[in-house]
Design a protein around this ligand. Structure first.
Ligand SMILES: NC(=O)c1ccc[n+]([C@@H]2O[C@H](COP(=O)([O-])OP(=O)(O)OC[C@H]3O[C@@H](n4cnc5c(N)ncnc54)[C@H](OP(=O)(O)O)[C@@H]3O)[C@@H](O)[C@H]2O)c1
Length: 259
């Protein structure tokens, strides 16, 4: 059996697709999760390591024999993510990891949002670690904005952020990450943005229409420099609009899958 590629966060929105793409490419994959594997998982060549990047438990074992790591795990909290990256890097140096691929976010150095600051600090730790690396920054996934709308569409008036998004298919980002993981360390590579830059209010109407619903959509505007940076498009990359699947395509796929 060939050397496994370790995917942290291999159970998450992005990580699941990374695992699938690597398996499609004939690679052996090891998932790092805090939980035991689900019993309904179809048999494949996936290996499983139980560990916790925040606690630092099980990480050395997960890395054993894996020359490449795709780091997709996130606690959705900047400070915790930086601490997890530090633990992962310490273990990776110990294990002699030859390539660590990290998924970051477009504009993490432009928008002073605490989660984005964590991504930027994690990038810096990786760059300075001595572990050979590849960093890919992507824009928000379609899933992310849909999850916001799942919440705000429950209100009598639907709220949407008063700025634009350039959402992208997580499956497409995963395809690129798998390609990068199979290749040699490349440093920071070109950003990956979704196919369209659109007002969140317009996307909210698309979301409602896809469900045969309609209600008033209100743009939520907040004071402060973080909101201003989002409104100025610090998280967008119109010059790298390489994604293919639109928000409509994503919603249609979700609806088909739910039938
Ligand atoms: N969402 C977006 O729009 C977006 C856009 C650009 C970049 N990204 C980046 O893409 C990455 C993946 O995002 P996602 O939306 O796919 O995340 P997600 O669905 O929330 O998945 C998070 C994953 O992290 C794992 N995890 C959490 N805490 C952990 C810990 N202490 N130790 C080990 N594993 C832990 C979870 O695994 P278990 O629960 O199985 O332990 C889960 O698989 C993140 O780095 C994020 O910043 C996201």
């Amino acid at each position: 059996m060939d050397e496994p590629i370790l995917v942290t966060g291999g159970t998450g929105t992005l990580g699941r697709f990374v695992v699938a793409r690597l398996l499609d490419a004939g690679r052996t994959v090891r998932v790092l999760s805090r939980h035991a594997p689900p019993s309904d998982t179809a048999p494949d060549t996936r290996q499983w390591a139980v560990g916790d990047l925040e606690a630092g438990t099980g990480v050395a074992e997960a890395l054993r024999g894996a020359g490449t790591v795709v780091h997709c795990a996130t606690a959705s909290n900047g400070k915790k993510d930086v601490a997890a990256m530090a633990k992962l890097l310490a273990a990776a140096k110990e294990a002699g990891t030859r390539h660590l691929v990290y998924i970051s976010i477009v504009g993490c150095d432009q928008v002073p949002f605490s989660y984005f600051k964590g991504k930027e600090a994690s990038e810096r730790l990786l760059e300075e670690s001595g572990v050979p690396y590849t960093i890919l920054r992507a824009t928000q996934f379609h899933d992310f904005v849909r999850a916001i709308f799942d919440g705000t569409s429950k209100l009598p008036l639907m709220l949407a952020p008063g700025f634009r998004y350039q959402t992208i298919s997580a499956a497409e980002v995963a395809g690129r990450l798998a390609e990068l993981a199979i290749g040699a360390p490349a440093g920071r590579v070109a950003d990956m943005g979704g196919p369209e830059v659109r007002e969140a209010t317009e996307m909210a109407r698309v979301y409602l229409r896809a469900q045969g619903r309609s209600k008033k959509v209100v743009a939520l505007r907040l004071p402060g420099k973080t909101f201003r940076a989002f409104r100025d498009g610090g998280h967008l990359t119109a010059s790298h609009a390489v994604g293919k699947g639109t928000f409509e395509d994503y919603l249609a796929e979700k609806a088909t899958a739910a039938r």
